[in-house]
Design a protein around this ligand. Sequence first.
Ligand SMILES: [Zn+2]
Length: 301
Amino acid sequence: MEYVAAIDVGGTTMKGGLVARDGTILRRERRPTPRAEGPDRVIAAISAFVSDLCRAGPVAVGLAVPGLVTDTHAVYSAAFGWRDVPVSAFADVDLPVALGHDVRAAGEAELAYGAGGRDVLFVPIGTGIAGAVVLSGSLYGGAAGWAGQIGHIPVRPDGLPCGCGQRGCLAAYASAGAVAARCGETSAEPVVRRVMEGDEAAVAVWAEAVEALALALATYTLLLDPALIVIGGGLSLAGDALLDPLRARLRERLAFRPAPAVRASRLGTNAGLLGAGLLGWRAQEVTGSPHRPGAAPRGCP
Ligand SMILES: [Zn+2]
């Protein structure tokens, strides 16, 4: 069976593995992202991870990274502080390698293996909030690759400061990171538990997060008329505690048109890894020669 090596590089964790063409994850491994040690250490850690996965003999490599990304370069990432890093710096192997944007790759995995549909917004909610915009069946990146920054849509004029430099962003109210920090917790899971128990402070923060999300999703819905909104990332694991009030508030905000369906991701937190896998398969189709039985193993140092 053929498979690709795939790595989804997140702010705190790199999720790597071997992925078959049908989306079966044959091997899975998590490693910490050494973000605090600087951009070069992160690049070296990715490169070492690629080399290790390549020992298993994949036919190609797919890498999903955050920030502004082209097919050949990680142009910019505020999270990692890198600029114009060529794909060869991440993967020094003699195999087809594809680089892509983490959230758009995850959105593509949702289309291929999860939600499906032609007009879809995929919103992973984790440390931050991002969006993959699917219009008429195609992922839309915008003029320069900045499309989908739904986490930085202002939902409160002059509201809380956001890490991006703006104020009142959706992410400052509704990201898992913000929800946890506003409740004095280190993760969003204890907040969900406190909400279930009726803890007043947690319920207030949660309600504000739901309201902020409903406002941003109503804006998106009015502008682009999606058939489906898929919520992913860590916060989607809250399930109905998040989705039921969110659906209700979105319906109430849309007076003259029906609300789109809102669902939790079926891929859970694997969407990014599967998306990186799809990048790898595309690289193999575009640049890879057919993997010949009996041929010398390629590319693995
Ligand atoms: Zn922001």
